[in-house]
Design a protein around this ligand. Sequence first.
Ligand SMILES: Nc1nc2c(ncn2[C@@H]2O[C@H](COP(=O)(O)OP(=O)(O)OP(=O)(O)O)[C@@H](O)[C@H]2O)c(=O)[nH]1
Ligand SMILES: [Mg+2]
Ligand SMILES: [Zn+2]
Length: 307
Amino acid sequence: MFGKVIKSTGSWYTVKTPAGYVQARLRGKFKQDDLKLTNPIAVGDEVEMEKEENSSSMVIMEILPRENYIIRKSTRKTHFSHIIASNIDQAFLIVTVSQPRTSLGFIDRFLVSTESFRIPVTIIVNKADLIQSEKDRDFLGILHEIYDPLGYPVIEVSALNDRDLKSKLGKLLDGKSTLLSGHSGVGKSTLLNQLIPAAQQSTKEISKFSSKGVHTTTFAEMFEWEGDGYLIDTPGIKEFGILDIDEFELSHYFVEMRAYLGQCRYNNCRHVNEPGCIVLQKVEEGYIHPYRYESYLKILFEEEDHK
Ligand SMILES: Nc1nc2c(ncn2[C@@H]2O[C@H](COP(=O)(O)OP(=O)(O)OP(=O)(O)O)[C@@H](O)[C@H]2O)c(=O)[nH]1
Ligand SMILES: [Mg+2]
Ligand SMILES: [Zn+2]
């Protein structure tokens, strides 16, 4: 029997099959690929199951090849990653400008991980009702300035107050499997509950002490969207993992740099200080945003440190 994993709580998985929802678990030994993962099965996985002998429960025998996936670094095991979700059509990166502010570096890391599978991303600026100071409005302006032209639309919402969220976002969701991702406390579950009230996900105020989220959602879960498709609520993350990306390849995951691929004087150019580098030239001429280039360098040198 085949199905799609829509919830994972550690040892049990809820799987959607043509005959309805079933609970399944993993067999003791399970074949893994080379990724060092803390979770062998993720929400979104297509799996094959068999009925367990002398029991009514199902056992997952195999995962079908994943079309794509998003990972984060494991919080407990170094060098391990955790798959947030797989087989998605698009991602909504939920960010906030205030309380607390999502950094550009965090956004760019996410975009590198989605670009490696060419997953389309929309940047949802939530808590728009709190954007009042000039500094915050400036930051919002920078988000539009950087990301709109790159094909990552920036949309402001207030999950708490907007009464027309469905008309604002509904068309984007129809027929697609959409991942909601972002830091803890940015309002992923609040947004989900507005769009799919039956989901009834818990939400909680951010900590007054640290002004950070308190990790209210602890497991990823998919919910059916009325316009056909799914929304995937996920736990907030501190840092995204970047799949083994070669230092000469990192620029392929920055859309605006990809455009100049192969045009540097040296084909092993890392675009740092090499003579005849087209990327450096385009930064200087203003075709590549200096903040994006700054993120590029940060990721390049951080990944180098990890090797
Ligand atoms: N002012 C304001 N607060 C909001 C908005 N959306 C969500 N919040 C509040 O932000 C807090 C965190 O919201 P959650 O939905 O729990 O955040 P989350 O992203 O799901 O957090 P985790 O599950 O920990 O990853 C709650 O107190 C919400 O009421 C908004 O548009 N405006
Ligand atoms: Mg949540
Ligand atoms: Zn170069």
